[in-house]
Write a protein that binds this ligand. Sequence first.
Ligand code: FRU
Length: 495
Amino acid sequence: MTSELLEKARKYEERYGAYISGAERPAFHLSPRVGWMNDPNGFSFYKGEYHLFYQYHPYSTKWGPMHWGHAVSRDMLRWEYLPAALAPDEDYDDAGCFSGSALELPDGRQLLMYTGVRSHMDEDGVRRDLQTQCLAVGDGLNYEKTGANPVIDGKDIPEGFNVHDFRDPKMFNMPDGGYGCVVGCRTEDGSGSVLLFESGDGFNWRFVTVLDRCYNEFGRMWECPDFFELDGRQILAVSPQDMSAVGLEFHNGDCTMFLIGDYDRKTRSFERRNVQAVDYGLDFYAPQTLLAPDGRRIVIGWMQNWDTSVSGPEDKWFGQMTLPRELSYRDGRVIQNPVRELESLHGRRVSYSDIPVQEELTLRGVYGRTIDMTVTVRPRSECGYTSFRMKVASGSQHYTSITYTPLTSTLRVSRDHSGTNRDFVHVRECFVRDRGGEIKLRVILDRFSAEIFVNDGEQAVTLTFHTPLSADGISFQSQGKTVINVEKYDIVTGA
Ligand code: FRU
């Protein structure tokens, strides 16, 4: 049965979603049907299609009582909206249906687990909502919350762990049957942890262990955990809040990390061996993965960051997802590359080889705001070069720059001149592997964003910008002499 609140959201999105024309949205990145979007939720393959739900406030372009928006796709690039899936319509989730995940039950139904947030006022009048984990079961279109909700609550967690910050359940199939679920939880030291729960049937869950803890080392609360095997390693992904920068690896604020380690299934113990940022750009948070039917582990993130989530009065939608990215593990690092499905959207190809670059130059046919472009740069002489800069989304007044400095092996992105009139962070820098002045940059533009995959996915650098679409120029320049190869495809979606 559809509640009044859900019915209201569905009517609203049907009416106002249609007013947002295709050209004002990203073409192959999911944006909200109308209003506000944050985290990806319930990223799954079900009944022959990819499903992606999202944190959703249809009624404004600001965060508000969370619903779950819903879309489906066959290629994870061209999405079709379905009606909103969940609304905050029960006592236990009256303050919001927060992030969660999906899996398919043996009887063919789809199970969603989300964090129900219940409004709660302390004795001293301070609002401290209660967070529990809740279920809804459905057919890929309509979902019914179960009568047993909440299915995981304060009773199920160790003493000292905190029900005010206990959220974002990510369920997964266990290799030898049954289901696991990781949930973020704040502990007595004020910082985060990841709790593991298990279930035989998806409905009855029991606490198993604390998989890892922050101990105030990497930020504070750890949001949106995920836990999966990747090429023989075990990865625990977390999104720490209140992070302090660590060199160029992690930045301040809301950050994302892969904790890379080993997992002993018998003792349920996770041994962390290494840590790595998931994305080195400005706009990336709360990633979630799925295991595709062909065995690929695919991650998608919210292409935004809380501290820079400022929508303008004219905006009709706010927030978008990143490209889905295939993950692999190489030389101690998690590698990310755009899903191969992107190649099926390749349109017109333009390519150049061995072009000498020094003064700023443009190349005929190399422009656009929905493109997949690979640029390889190398020094033209033994003297090397000081820097190489590429401008994209460039017009008479605007551009976003991508600059490589071989001496320090750093890549820097800046949207200072992208048309922003807000004074929040617009520049980010990261280390890339030193390859004697050579660098390969795959740059994917989709109207209001750039995703840069460095050296075949060793780093991903993501940022959004709100530059007018008429600024579609691309230029290259270097201090010192370089030579470049460029291969550019237009992306054709019909949107
Ligand atoms: C992460 C997050 C989650 C929460 C959701 C609320 O961005 O804060 O922890 O479930 O957003 O919208």
